[in-house]
Design a protein around this ligand. Sequence first.
Ligand code: ADP
Length: 572
Amino acid sequence: MKPIGEKREEERRSAKWALLIFLALLPVGLLGVIAFQIASDAMSELVEANNLAAARGAADIVNESLQRRLNLELSLAESPPFIEAVAARDKNRIQRYLRQAIRINQPIFRASVYDPDGRLLSDFPSVSESKDRDFAEADWYRGVSEAWEPNVTGVHRFNGKPEVLVIAIAVPVFQDAAVVGILLHQYHLASIGENLRYFKLGERGSSFLLDPNGNIAAHSELDLENMVHREYASLPVVQRALLGEPFTGRYKDPRSDEWNIATFWPFEISGRNWVVVAEQPLIDAHSPIRRIALHIGAAGVILAIVAVAVVVVLWRISERNRYLNAVLETRNRSLQKLTSELERSNKELEEFAYVASHDLQEPLRMVASYTQLLGSRYRGQLDETADKFIHYAVDGAKRMQQLIEDLLKYSRVGTQGKPFESVSFSKILNQVISNLKLAISESDAEITSDELPVLMADPTQMIQLFQNLIGNALKFRSEEPPRIRISANQEDEEWVFSVRDNGIGIDREDHERIFLISQRLSSGRAVSGSGLGLPLCKKIVERHGGKIWLDSEKGCGSTFYFTIPSEEARVA
Ligand code: ADP
């Protein structure tokens, strides 16, 4: 079980990541919606513009075709010989004109002429049912006679055989401003809408013509045969278009019962409005939008997956980092604990060594002085063996004194070291040479030196360091008189000092060992020194942040190197 605090922290983090995922997805979603909206608006506008263009184009063509037919008819109705024939009620002559008109203008299904009261005078081709009939009730008659203006009728059934659907154009024939007759041209519906198919929109779209009553007068898809289609007549949008108000938008087609996007475009012929409709099922018109939506959706899903993946990866990295940080912190803590423990025990050890050697000094001095006293007072009075024993005791006490003194120096490096100050190494060297004056002159040694730098250091310890190294060079001399060279070179951020001699040299296998205090104390050697000189040098150099090593071979002299960081490095 996790502690409650940790659980809360975990919940808080999960909430944070959930929020991040949400924030990563939000722009993707918004972008998708906006892109879809823009695309779908643009698409709708495009579809509507297309519809409008198709409807207007179709209306222009149909209008022009009807106008052309009207003008043709007018030109006959206004031709004087024809007017004369009509005024004279000359049926044969009229029929000749009619036959000629049909020959010239093929789409005319039937041409006929009536007297101003609507009675047939002549027709071609001749329809027996119409003979001597009174057409005063016919639509075309009512239309033309209303103000004696040309009239284009709506769709109606042909009054004879075959019973096809036709539209008629009736124009009055005037002679001296008086109506002498009516010329009527009837047209098959098929001939009216032959061009509509060119204005079809899409696979399932259609365009059609509504007459002034709202009945279909021509259709790009539909074979009208002889059935009058009145389905559109009552639609409000059609009613409005018939009053001259165009419309583009959605409407439900009463024939297919399907939502369409359509344009209803009215145009006027002989004072009445006709309407051309161009339509396309909404589903078809919007299929590109659906495709766009699909693509945007797919892109959105991919983006969302990428966004989630990125967030999840980030989350895992962050969790991993958190875990590693926690581990590191624990390790750091235990390391810190270990270090401070080590520091404490080192300090204790140093203090112990210091106190022990300090306290040993006094009794040792007594042993040494009394054995010396013994030696000087009783030399020659006892036997030879006793003299030898006394000599050993005096020598042992002296060596122990030296050892204790060196141990004291060693332990003081850490505990009694002075703060660093600016130290001239040339002065240090001079001091050391003066300290070793006797040994130098005795051994006939020659000491030379480069110019030495001024660095931050503990001057007393620097004297100890140089004195030990130069002292050793004098002590471990060869047959030759000692030649000792002290050099200093700046390398990067430290100074490298060297003390070179022409003494007996040191075996390679001893290079490491001679710096170790444990090795010195346990080696049980019988040489003049305490064996603590080089460990002391090492400790001093390390306290100054440097290192010490040597280059030497047996019989070839030795060079001891050590480094002291330059001032800038220490400040940094
Ligand atoms: P000590 O001089 O008291 O013996 P050090 O620690 O100063 O102790 O030296 C350790 C040993 O290293 C010496 O006993 C000696 O054998 C060797 N040594 C030190 N310096 C030199 C040197 N300049 N030439 C040859 N041997 C050396």
